[in-house]
Ligand binder design. Structure first.
Ligand code: BG6
Length: 487
């Protein structure tokens, strides 16, 4: 990818966790690869925890380098990357400090990108301060999640930011949209004629989408305890994946064609009747347990978490889409922390043959299934039935595999790298539009409200398992089970 656009990339929250783990490493990778970032492009870090540029560079050397490359850092590339970095220490709550920022970036070239890797409470003050010194012109603004806490607070942020920047200037990040395998899902669906005729209610019995993590809340107890899995993972990542799985073929890959189709799915989600929440939604919270041989503590004892917390660390949902393609097909979504494995995958269960001329074994479960593994080890696996060798007609489940790392040994790109390059180059397709975000909040809101009002705590589950038993029971009611329960 040869890129000519010059840029000034202003990173608010320059010493934060996200800058350290994701943003600066992604910018470095793009720099190291060569040809992706214009040579004249600059990074201006804004932070209060460093006194001057030398101090900031010391911090970057100490904290960012270890997140950069698994195979060691190319020192020449690292040195030239550091040369791109400028630094400014300003107080984000003081609008007058932004005059200094303007002075620093006034002489720098290209499009201005303001990346807000800060808490959401600073989004509006920063945007207003930028506008007060005229820095909202010829600029793009990147907002990290969480963008709000519910529909009302997200609307308040979007309204205020929308008074300063147009929708075309606003890049709302959902890093799942930048993942290579998620891009591949689009390629699989819309680059092959094979799947399209089958991708509908007549042939699909149910779909599962899982994002499971082994990690707990780590050092983010404070944040997470006020957030929970529904806001942290479902409202954004899982609903975005769902909309890509279920959307109609877009007219083209331009930003609005793709986002219009995703929006149609989000608007067609069957609204949840609060009286049905017990049947279609399960929430859980991890207790202590063992993961890969290591004992891990209960959520309620994690630093920053209230001991009597009723925040959910696990969610399983049954979702329906009210349109001709999907009416009546259950989509089961699930996410959780401290589960048995780290895996993100989509399972499309096709219907069994309508009549089995080959005997009962042709109706067995485990065939007629497409499993799209997003991480780790990106694979697409198609399960079919084949005859077992030998006498008689006994069928067994076999699979056809596509392992991406065997086909494409190079060129994989981390989600943040792709997304940052898209911002610099003005490509909006992989960013969430305001109407999509609103539709997603609107849909989750009855569940949020019901859980908030409920006196029943989340269901406990031992760390290292697949969540509360109620999650499996929900699928059993539909005559199915989660993929891992089949074996
Ligand atoms: C983030 C959530 O958006 O996604 C985290 O805030 C979660 O809680 C993370 O751990 C998962 O992302 P990934 O890319 O590691 O699957």
């Amino acid at each position: 990818m040869q890129i000519d656009s010059s840029f000034t990339f202003v990173l608010f929250g320059g010493t934060g966790d996200l800058s350290m783990r994701k943003i600066l490493p992604a910018l470095f990778e793009a720099h190291r690869a060569g040809g992706m970032l214009a040579d004249s492009g600059k990074i201006v870090a804004v932070a209060r925890h460093a006194s001057d540029r030398a101090d900031y560079i010391r911090w970057v050397n100490e904290h960012v380098k270890s997140h950069v490359s698994k195979n060691g850092v190319d020192e020449t590339a690292w040195a030239s990357f550091l040369a791109r970095i400028e630094f400014i220490n300003i107080d984000l709550s003081k609008a007058e400090d932004f005059v200094q920022l303007r002075e620093v970036i006034e002489g720098l070239p290209g499009i201005r990108v303001f990346y807000l890797a800060t808490g959401p409470s600073l989004f509006v003050p920063i945007c207003r301060a930028l506008a007060s010194v005229g820095l909202n012109e010829n600029a793009r603004i990147v907002l990290e999640k969480p963008l709000g806490y519910d529909l009302k607070s997200s609307n308040a942020i979007n309204d205020a930011v929308g008074e300063i920047f147009t929708e075309e200037q606003i890049y709302r990040i959902d890093h799942y949209l930048g993942k290579e395998p998620v891009q591949n899902l689009l390629a699989l669906r819309f680059g092959n004629a094979l799947f399209e005729p089958l991708w509908r209610r007549e042939w699909v019995e149910s779909i599962q989408i899982t994002i499971a993590e082994e990690l707990g809340v780590e050092a983010r107890g404070d944040f997470y305890d006020n957030t929970g899995a529904l806001r942290d993972m479902v409202q954004n990542h899982l609903l975005q994946l769902l909309s890509i799985v279920a959307m109609e073929p877009p007219h083209s890959m331009d930003s609005d064609s793709v986002r219009d189709e995703k929006l149609r799915v989000l608007r067609a989600l069957k609204p949840i009747d609060p009286r049905d929440i017990g049947k279609v939604a399960v929430r859980g919270q991890y207790h202590s347990g063992v993961i890969r041989g290591n004992a891990v503590p209960a959520y309620a004892t994690e630093p920053g978490v209230k001991p009597d917390s009723s925040t959910e660390t696990f969610v399983a949902l049954k979702v329906e889409i009210e349109n001709w393609r999907w009416a009546g097909v259950p989509f089961f979504l699930r996410t959780g922390k401290r589960l048995a494995d780290r895996v993100a995958e989509i399972v499309v269960n096709f219907r069994a043959v309508p009549h089995s001329a080959l005997g009962a074994s042709a109706l067995r479960a485990g065939a007629n299934r497409l499993v799209i593994r997003l991480q780790p080890n990106e694979t697409i696996r198609l399960y079919c039935l084949a005859k077992q060798p030998g006498e008689g007609m006994n069928l067994a489940s076999v699979h056809l595999d596509l392992a991406f790392d065997q086909f494409f040994r190079e060129g994989q790109m981390e989600a943040y790298q792709r997304l940052l390059l898209d911002v610099i180059n003005g490509r909006l397709a992989l960013f969430v539009r305001r109407d999509e975000q609103e539709a997603a909040w609107r849909w989750v809101e009855p569940i949020l409200n019901e859980w908030k009002a409920s006196i029943k705590p989340p269901k406990p589950y031992a760390s290292g398992t697949w969540g509360p038993a109620a999650s499996s029971a929900m699928l059993a009611q539909h005559g199915t089970c989660w993929l891992e329960e089949e074996n």
